[in-house]
Design a protein around this ligand. Structure first.
Ligand code: SAM
Length: 348
């Protein structure tokens, strides 16, 4: 497919002919098969802390959600999850959390070193907008990848939903560029259907994926959390130009991301599996995705990592989640990848 700019993307987002939309999704599936094959990479997600200094208007673990019981896993608990990921044959463990400075530079570096020593896993971190010194120390300790979604390219909307901390000078794009300089494999992404997000913005978001040197692209629907400013009734939106947070739009975005960045790693996200519990995961994998991140967080913590309500798999033991994901992947005629998976993007 030839692309000249975000207007081509916008045309596909606005396409109303179901046959043409189907052809887009099928083309993305074919490009996925040609570029990254039938293997699905399983990346075990460990939600290490629900403490956060940020006050993002979309997120259920934001600091102003005062009723939420907060937790921080111990190093031994995180290591036990990493061991489980290795035992289940996963190639990567992803340590994700709120932006929690109680997870100190030294603590995270120590956990990364221990996982490195004990397992063959690649290590992905997703711990927010941490200072350079932290990112350097963690890379030196052996972390391979870092995930930080830019959420939206509309800077006004972004500032409204993601207020900066006092004195903050770097935005997420600058941090993403820095992560690349530090030789991390870099992942980013967006939410689809943020109140105030227009089709034009969404087209620019997707086009930005093409311009950036990303190894991984995560796309999920915005899911309102009633305890957040964006989850309360009467939130202003973009009117007739508002992007809906529905499965059709997310799948189109996943397909477009695959076509714009043919060799990227693209997860079929938990948020997508949450808005269609029956088939969301599969639909993502059939429209361009090649990664799934089964949740390995111990159950007692998982229920508290409520970034949005009724998260898929929130109420089952980790082994069951892993087994169910594997079953779904195999039923599609796809295979489970072994090992950490190749590096994508120009930094290969
Ligand atoms: N603190 C780190 C950060 O901000 O990158 C990692 C954790 S954060 C909870 C991970 C991602 O969850 C965010 O990048 C955002 O896209 C997603 N998220 C948060 N609230 C959401 C919501 N209500 N609906 C959908 N996705 C949401």
């Amino acid at each position: 497919m030839d692309w000249t700019g975000a207007t081509d993307v916008l045309r596909w987002l606005r396409e109303s002919d179901p046959a043409k939309v189907r052809s887009l999704l099928e083309e993305a599936d074919a490009v996925r098969r040609r570029e990254v094959g039938d293997e699905v990479h399983l990346r075990g997600l460990v939600e290490v802390s629900n403490r956060c200094v940020r006050d993002c208007a979309y997120c259920g673990i934001a600091v102003s959600h005062r009723d939420l019981v907060r937790y921080r896993m111990t190093a031994e608990e995180v290591l036990a999850c990493a061991r489980m990921a290795a035992r289940l044959g996963f190639g990567t463990v992803v340590l994700q959390g709120g932006e929690d400075y109680g997870l100190t530079r030294e603590w995270v570096a120590g956990v990364v070193r221990a996982i490195r020593q004990e397992t063959p896993l690649a290590i992905t971190l997703s711990l927010g907008e941490r200072p350079d010194e932290d990112l350097i120390a963690w890379r030196e300790a052996g972390a391979d990848r870092y995930l930080l979604r830019f959420e939206t390219t509309d800077q006004d909307l972004y500032r409204q939903i993601h207020p900066p901390l006092p004195g903050e000078t770097r935005d997420r794009f600058q941090i993403l560029a820095r992560l690349r300089e530090l030789d991390y494999e870099v992942g980013s992404g967006i939410m689809v259907g943020i109140p105030g997000q227009t089709w034009e913005t969404l087209a620019r978001d997707l086009w930005r994926f093409r311009e950036m040197d990303l190894d991984m692209i995560g796309i999920g629907p915005f899911i309102p959390h009633p305890e957040t400013p964006l989850g309360r009734p009467g939130v202003p939106d973009a009117g007739p130009d508002q992007v809906p947070a529905n499965e059709d739009t997310v799948l189109r975005c996943v397909a477009l991301a695959r076509l714009l960045r043919p060799d990227a790693n693209i997860p079929s996200t938990t948020a997508l599996a949450t808005i269609n519990r029956e088939r969301g995961r599969e639909h993502g994998l059939q429209c361009g995705a090649n990664v799934v991140m089964p949740n390995l967080t111990p159950q007692r913590y998982r229920v508290l990592y409520e970034i949005y309500p009724a998260k898929a798999s929130a109420d089952e033991p980790p082994e069951r989640t892993a087994e169910a994901v594997t079953r779904r992947v195999l039923a599609l005629g796809r295979t489970i990848a072994r090992g950490p998976g190749p590096r994508r993007g120009r930094g290969r």
